[in-house]
Design a protein around this ligand. Sequence first.
Ligand SMILES: [Zn+2]
Length: 433
Amino acid sequence: MTDLIGLSSKFLDGEGTRLELGPTNRINLELSELADGLAMVESFSHVIAFSTDEGTVLFDGTLEALAPVAFARIRDWNSSPFHTLVYTHGHIDHVGGGKVLVSEAAERREQAPVIVGHEAVHDRFERYQLTNGYNAFINHRQFKKSGVMGTGADGGPAFPRRFAEPTVTYRDALTLEVGGTAFELHHTRGETDDHTWAWVPSRRAACLGDLLIWSFPNAGNPQKVQRYPQDWARALRDIAAMQPELLLPAHGLPIGGAERVQRVLGETAEALEHLVDATLAMMNAGATLDTIIHTVKVPEHLLDRPYLQPVYDEPEFVVRNIWRFYGGWYDGNPARLKPAADAEVAIEVAALAGGVEALVARAQALADGAPRIDGRPDADALRLACQLIEWAVAAAPDSSSVLASASEIYALRRDSERSLMAKGIYGEAAERR
Ligand SMILES: [Zn+2]
């Protein structure tokens, strides 16, 4: 058992200076008691357990493969039956345990716990059926290094097909009364359209799901459906208005103490609000997406906060999602409205450059720190290097020497990035052979 609140206080009070935590750290399946009758099993996602006079109420069910151990830890801590499982949203790392509870109950010929979720969780599960192959690939790419995604029988990437549906759903808000404890559930869009956060008045605690993950909010994810930074910030403000003394996120550490709670909620909301406001202001002034992503940044004073490190998602991706939400997919560059095929562009560019070799040489030079043609000092030369080498690959897809150079450049790019999402995508590009 670890003093998780003590640990997070240390980081928040500036003693543990640099913390790169993020949602894929601390998957140790250890149970820690946070208060009498309140425990957390650290997993992917965490499982939070409240004991009540009628049984245990759980928030989130972690991945299916981790759930049996996580649940066993909770039963060792408190032997009363599981009464209710609340899904904070329908991502697979939050609902996998639902299926485990249903099959356990069937084996024991007992009634399964009540499963509560927002009404849009069902629609998500339907969408997962339509996009099973896609989800297998993108999640493999995103989580490969962290080892939290399984592989299928054929050795390829796998994404689950079956989920336990919520047996109780709601639209805007729902109060559960279990064994004398009230759990006030609230819907918000945020990371997802089916997100629930909960206020537990008797403990002045808020269950946050993925609204807080001890890294920059996952509001931009390049490979996933629309996310909602504006609603997300509003929800954080609503939660702060409840004056919590304890925050229980589904990833990262719990946070104790009213002042710390206000600081974390307020600054996370501020970062998101800034991105939304600055992006909208530029959209309304007629700027293109290209100009916006190279201009809008998170305010300097927020960048070093241990709960805003861009180690999972990152602000640039959030800006793109804001553009997509308010604008659409057309980015303002007419050449990209109905573009020529990538390979055709690449062949033209390679010919203009004097051959594929010239593209490769220039890409390598930029990656090695050569000055830019326009003489500008540039920390982002790797962006240019990747564009040039990608043209070379598209122009000569069967050339092993081109692919070898591409691997080197993308490996450099992967290592220079901080977010798991960028690392995953560049890492895969580095492994193309
Ligand atoms: Zn999650």
